[in-house]
Design a protein around this ligand. Structure first.
Ligand code: 8DG
Ligand code: MN
Ligand code: MN
Length: 404
């Protein structure tokens, strides 16, 4: 019998956009398990199930303390039978059989590896798996037709699989800033995505670009791309108009300047930082000196690493001096900037919940371009994220608390 007075009861509002979700997650074991099931559902193109697991994980991310007993979860939103069963298994047995068997399953492993290639989605991966392709080696041998994105993705697979650090994001920010200022003085660059939410690592670096004078951003993306390309910063890029444009009518249709909304999915060639290269040399010198001082240890040294160090002193380092990093660039006219900023800051679930709140609770349509009030039949203008939250009748949630 649990003493009710000693059990911490949690209370959480229904929509993730009503909650303050920091990166400080007290239930990582549970949220990792639910996120894995969400990922598996998404990779199996069962989006409904995927969202259900994402919502359940997001509720646990918002809790102020670790869950220790099922009774604490009473009355919490978004926890369906399936998610509750997984949570119960983990609380009672330290692991969920379903999660463990999913992790081990050949299909899940193959889907993860193949969709881990930039440009490869769940549909393509599924088709390849049905053709007997389960890994990169089999893909390379298969002669499967790859588009330009997938070729680049396969070529830079190891680099792109590695998380981008904040320091690398900052280095790329400097490059993008220089590119933008060079082709359009006065234009502004904002880091969005996970790094704006305060994450220390990410799978890519996201930027939103605008100019304070409406219209000056027209034609900006091709100029930025040309500048970056001419300086050798791009390993791959594909610039597209936002697909939102293709919606010719409907209530979400914004004003005519929509066709200026462009984005560029790219792979940057990021040079190793100068300081880091110098440090490597200093360390090498030190190692060499200490080796000379203690002749005894010279024989203990791995001869190969020793000769490698010696080689590095006289010649340029033999290791590669750059790495590939995924970068997303988006250009927005200033009139839509607040919506674009809110839409590209994430998290993905936070965004989804904002749109669900807008539609279901406020009878409004929210996109990265605009907010439409279905009852008043008009667009609601906003110059800041704060104004958008106010239009939606929500308390303002800063980026660092949108980590749902
Ligand atoms: P990570 O890279 O650190 O792993 O996480 P993230 O920065 O949160 O994820 P992301 O995949 O880079 O996405 C960042 C935001 O961009 C996210 O809120 C969703 C948004 N976003 C896309 N694609 C599109 C799109 O096609 N249209 C719009 N409007 N937003 C998009 O990723
Ligand atoms: Mn990102
Ligand atoms: Mn991105």
């Amino acid at each position: 019998q649990i003493n009710e007075a000693e059990v911490v009861l949690f209370s959480v509002p229904s929509y993730a956009c009503q909650r303050r979700t920091t990166l400080d997650n007290h239930n990582t074991t549970l949220t990792d398990a639910l996120s894995l099931l969400a990922e598996n559902a998404e990779l199996s193109e069962e989006d409904g199930r995927g969202v259900a697991f994402r919502r359940a994980a997001a509720v646990l991310k918002a809790l102020p303390a670790p869950v220790t007993a099922m009774s604490q979860l009473r009355g919490l939103p978004c926890l369906g039978d399936h998610s509750l069963r997984v949570i119960k298994d983990i609380l009672e047995n330290e692991a969920s059989d379903e999660v463990e068997s999913t992790k081990q399953s050949e299909r899940f492993k193959a889907l993860k590896v193949l969709t881990g290639i930039f440009g490869v989605g769940a549909k393509t991966a599924d088709r390849w798996i049905r053709d007997g392709i389960h890994n990169l080696h089999q893909l390379r041998e298969s002669g499967a037709a790859l588009n330009r994105a997938q070729q680049a993705g396969l070529e830079h697979y190891d680099d792109l699989k590695q998380q981008v650090t904040k320091a690398e994001a900052d280095a790329i920010t400097e490059i993008v800033q220089e590119a933008v200022i060079s082709v359009l003085p006065g234009a502004q660059v904002v880091l969005t995505g996970g790094f704006r939410r305060g994450k220390q690592t990410g799978h890519d670096v996201d930027f939103l670009i605008t100019h304070p004078e409406e219209g000056r951003e027209v034609g900006l993306m091709p100029k930025i791309v040309f500048w970056l390309e001419s300086k050798g910063f791009l390993l791959y890029q594909k610039t597209t108009r936002n697909s939102y444009l293709e919606v010719k009518d409907g209530p979400g249709r914004p004003s005519s300047n929509m066709d200026r909304f462009e984005r560029c999915l790219s792979i940057f060639k990021l040079a190793e930082k100068e300081e880091r290269a110098i440090k490597v040399t200093e360390n090498t010198v030190k190692t060499k000196d200490s080796v000379r001082d203690h002749t005894q240890s010279e024989t203990d040294q791995d001869p190969q690493s020793h000769s490698y160090e010696r080689h590095e002193l006289t010649n340029p380092p033999v290791h590669r001096r750059w790495r590939a990093v995924r970068v997303d660039l988006v250009v927005s006219p200033i009139s839509q900037f607040a919506f674009a900023l809110l839409g590209w800051t994430g998290s993905k679930l936070f965004e989804r919940e904002l749109r669900r709140w807008a539609g279901h609770v406020k009878a409004m349509s929210l996109s990265s371009h605009a907010l439409y009030d279905n009852k008043q039949s008009r667009y609601l203008r906003a110059a800041s994220e704060e104004e958008i939250f106010a239009h939606l009748g929500l308390e303002y949630i800063p980026p660092s608390e949108r980590n749902a």
